[in-house]
Ligand binder design. Structure first.
Ligand code: TYD
Ligand code: MG
Length: 455
């Protein structure tokens, strides 16, 4: 009998303590400690056997950068060009967002694009096989190569995989899977981490690529703490707001590609459909001649996206004015408003300012700065931005406009969608080869930019 060790583990950050604590000393969460029983012998037993031998780097055989393509372009691109053998990808997202649908479609795509890739094993720990069949029928998917395994134990999954030797394993969801090695309840931090670690070790050993589905908890992290993100190779988040059909697949971590990539889908009655030109989708409801609305070009990963930024500036009641930003970092928004106040003479201190990025997109690209500033100025003055105008550029603290990367791909996207005027930093305009037939305005600072638009 293995000796058992009891530890108390914070469900928020994974901090372990020998006794129960009311408040986690690490992340400050209250009442988050849960008793976890670990078999002390388990880790030791795993370590027994032959001593591992280091390999010379140049003697390691490279299995030719082979990638498994699912044929779903948006999904493959987000992965960095398909799935890598032995790589574990975590697909996280809110319940009901479409994770199971995405994974099932990817498997069907894989079966279709690579006939002979072997069986594809869909481990269902949540739904019954008939529920999955129902979903597959609804999407019109069927493939003799997809196998459904209703199982919740890691040992069962590995045993089934050992006999079926699949070309891919998908586990839906990792929170429902448990291992006999530790005694705590399924879904607890210890169980989720240990199960994911064992499955990952299996994927590495056999070179089978694996997709793990994970639910996001209330505070937005997968499985409570970030514990899973360290274990797997790639972390994708599937996002979208429930009321709208857009879904965005975002890379958070990728050992085999860029982490800025996004894939855009719409949820239809027959599953997810790729959106290969998302700019059109995000601008579909863009209303011309409305104050406070500006279009900018943001580069997400390798692709430029045209996105509408909105600002609403309204007189504040009393006390501190409100500053709210959705899809933009609030601090960044505040800096831009402060620059407008100090360098462009806009008196925003008596006004509440609300900023929003349309379509539920989150912008990290600093090239959106100028659009945020112009949207706020447009709303404050109640003057719309001239139609068919796109703006981009980073704003510095002294109000100067700074050049940003990939200006030509932003211009190209704008020209493709029929924009006629572009306001961009002088630094970008001076090195430009082609304006794609659009009128270019190249101010040096925010004040000049506002003058050029609103005069
Ligand atoms: P699902 O993939 O089960 O979500 P998750 O695994 O992330 O919990 O998808 C759930 C939602 O998607 C459900 O509310 C119904 C909707 N849906 C469609 O609109 N069309 C479809 O073809 C499918 C399969 C699901
Ligand atoms: Mg599901």
């Amino acid at each position: 009998m293995l000796k058992q060790k009891v530890v108390f583990q914070c469900q928020g950050c994974g901090h372990a303590s020998p006794k129960w604590l009311g408040k986690c000393p690490d992340c400050g969460l209250w009442n988050s400690f849960v008793e976890e029983i670990q078999s002390a012998g388990a880790a030791k037993a795993r370590r027994q056997g032959r001593a591992p031998e280091p390999l010379r780097l140049d003697s390691i055989e490279q299995s030719e950068a082979f990638r498994l393509m699912t044929g779903i372009g948006e999904f493959d691109r987000v992965l960095g060009g398909g799935m890598v053998p032995g790589a574990v990808t975590l697909v996280g997202g809110d319940p009901g967002i479409g994770k199971s649908t995405l994974v099932l479609q990817a498997m069907a795509g894989l079966a279709c694009a690579n006939s002979g890739s072997g069986r594809l094993l869909y481990v269902s720990a949540e739904e019954s096989p008939s529920q999955i069949k129902l979903r597959a029928d609804r999407m019109g998917l069927s493939s003799p190569e997809i196998f459904i395994l209703p199982a919740t134990s890691v040992e069962e999954i590995i045993e089934a995989a050992d006999s079926a030797l699949p070309g891919l394993i998908a586990v839906d969801s990792i929170q429902m899977v448990h291992t006999a090695e530790i005694a705590s309840a399924p879904g607890s931090v210890g169980q989720v981490r240990e199960s994911a670690a064992r499955l990952t070790a299996y994927a590495k050993k056999t070179d089978i690529p694996m997709l793990l589905i994970g639910h996001v908890t209330k505070d937005g992290s997968i499985a409570g703490p970030k514990v899973l993100e360290h274990i797997v190779d790639t972390v994708l988040y599937f996002e979208g707001d429930g009321g709208r059909p857009f879904r965005i697949l975002r890379t958070v971590k990728n050992r085999f590609g860029s982490t800025h990539e996004i894939g855009v889908f719409t949820m239809t009655g027959r599953g997810l459909v790729e959106v290969s030109n998302p700019s059109e989708l995000f601008l579909a409801e863009h209303s011309l001649n409305v104050p406070g609305s500006v279009v900018t070009a943001s580069v997400e990963g390798t692709r430029p996206l045209l996105i509408e930024i909105q600002a609403l500036v309204s007189p504040s009641g009393f006390g501190n004015p409100r500053r709210t930003a959705l899809g933009i970092d609030t601090n960044r928004g505040n800096i831009i408003l402060a620059v407008l106040e100090k360098r462009a003479g806009l008196h925003l201190s008596g006004f509440d300012v609300y900023l929003n990025v349309v379509g539920g997109i989150r912008l990290d690209d600093t090239a959106a700065d100028l659009a945020i500033a112009i949207a706020a100025a447009s709303s404050l003055r109640d003057k719309p931005v001239p139609p068919r105008t796109m703006v981009f550029g980073e704003i510095g603290l002294s109000g100067e406009l700074r050049a940003v990367a990939r200006a030509d791909s932003r211009l190209k996207e704008a020209a493709k969608l029929g924009f006629e005027t572009v306001v961009m930093p002088e630094g970008n305009a001076s090195g430009m080869d082609d304006s794609f037939g659009m009128k270019i305005i190249a101010p040096r600072n925010v004040e000049e930019a506002l003058l050029s638009i609103f005069s």
